[in-house]
Write a protein that binds this ligand. Structure first.
Ligand code: SF4
Length: 351
């Protein structure tokens, strides 16, 4: 089975507009701060980056994240600017009282395609404890209801750690009750403040991915994983075991092959371009070179798109084109972004 070629255009651009955030959760990847940094990209610089991204074919989808992108007073202007350039755009705000009816309405009018919120447990006690912010669970539910009521597709992101994993059966009920369009499970990568949290082990992860694959078709929302691309391997193995044809398996594979640096790029608040938000290796800065050129030509990005560069079990794996493992986790675990992903149990025959 062939994976799409993401060599000339990323499918998704995650863009940390600011590191400022009123929550500053205890496991924050961005190590968020209360105040905006003085070296953030200006509105004009952001619009120039959007000009460059709009040259890409196909055009990527841009996800404005943070910190809290709502801390930027020009957020709505930037959403409009992206949409005017033909770019799909989503917003991933922090769950604060700032997500008012008015703000949601403004974002809707500006043309936002989707919004996402984090929900890391089924109750206030669980969620607020994970994030270290009292009241966050209630703000999340209130914001989710406003987003859904406005007719904006809602994505719920759930962090998977050794603490949150046993609660997923209950968490999914809350996700369904909110009317989410997508549930994305983010499997912890120990970077930033996230390194204080306990990750799940590979066996537990495998069991959870099988549970996801088994239930995904009956849930009223799309299921995806972040930093656990081997969910694709689990889905393929399940489909093959059920006697599904190669054509059916291929048809189910939207987004397969996407991983850090291959179909994904990340722009930090000060313009550094990295393969993802969880692989903090800057390959250039948009103040000096276009984001698209970094994605296409920087040696790090080119190497990450070459499955032949993968090592260990990922290098020997028959699923490496469609999966390829989390390059961020490989880097966090070993210091080498091309090593095998330690969260996967798969051992290819002969490897
Ligand atoms: S061994 Fe690596 S490439 Fe193969 S399924 Fe696991 S994570 Fe993916």
């Amino acid at each position: 089975m062939k994976a799409p070629d993401y060599g000339t255009a990323p499918a998704r651009v995650y863009w940390e507009l600011t590191r400022a955030c009123d929550l500053a959760c205890r496991h924050c990847r961005a190590e968020a701060q209360r105040a905006r940094a003085t070296d953030e990209l200006t509105t004009t610089e952001c619009e120039q980056v959007l000009d460059g991204l709009a040259q890409s074919r196909p055009r990527p989808h841009v996800i404005f994240t943070g910190g809290d992108p709502l801390k930027r007073p020009d957020l709505v202007r930037l959403v409009r600017a992206a949409v005017a350039r033909g770019l799909g755009v989503s917003v991933a705000p922090s769950a604060t009282l700032g997500i008012s009816h008015e703000v949601v309405h403004e974002l809707k009018q500006a043309g936002v395609s989707a919004m996402s919120l984090s929900l890391d447990g089924p109750t206030a006690a669980h969620h607020d404890a994970v994030r270290g912010v009292l009241g966050c669970f209630g703000w999340t539910l209130a914001a989710a209801r406003r987003i859904v009521a406005a007719g904006i597709p809602l994505q719920i992101n759930t962090l998977v750690t050794a603490d949150t994993e046993p609660l997923l059966e209950d968490t999914v009920k809350v996700v369904a009750g909110l009317g989410a369009a997508r549930w994305s499970l983010f499997f912890l990568v120990a970077v930033g403040r996230g390194s204080i949290l306990p990750p799940v082990d590979a066996v537990t992860c495998e069991r959870r991915l099988r549970w996801l694959a088994m239930n995904a078709e009956r849930w009223p929302f799309v299921v995806s994983t972040t930093e656990a691309p081997h969910y694709r391997r689990v889905v393929i193995q399940r489909m093959r075991a059920a006697g599904r044809s190669n054509a059916e398996v291929a048809a189910a594979g939207r987004g397969w092959g996407v991983r850090d640096g291959n179909g994904i790029m990340f722009i930090s608040a000060c313009g550094d371009v990295t393969p993802s938000g969880f692989l903090p290796l800057a390959a250039g800065n948009v103040r000096a070179v276009s984001a698209l050129d970094v994605y296409r030509y920087a040696p790090l990005f080119r190497a990450l798109r070459a499955p032949t560069r993968l090592k260990g079990r990922c290098g020997a794996c028959e699923f490496r084109m469609l999966c390829g493992g989390s390059r961020a986790r490989a880097w966090a675990a070993t210091g080498d972004a091309f090593e095998e992903d330690p969260l996967c149990t798969w051992q290819a025959a002969g490897a």
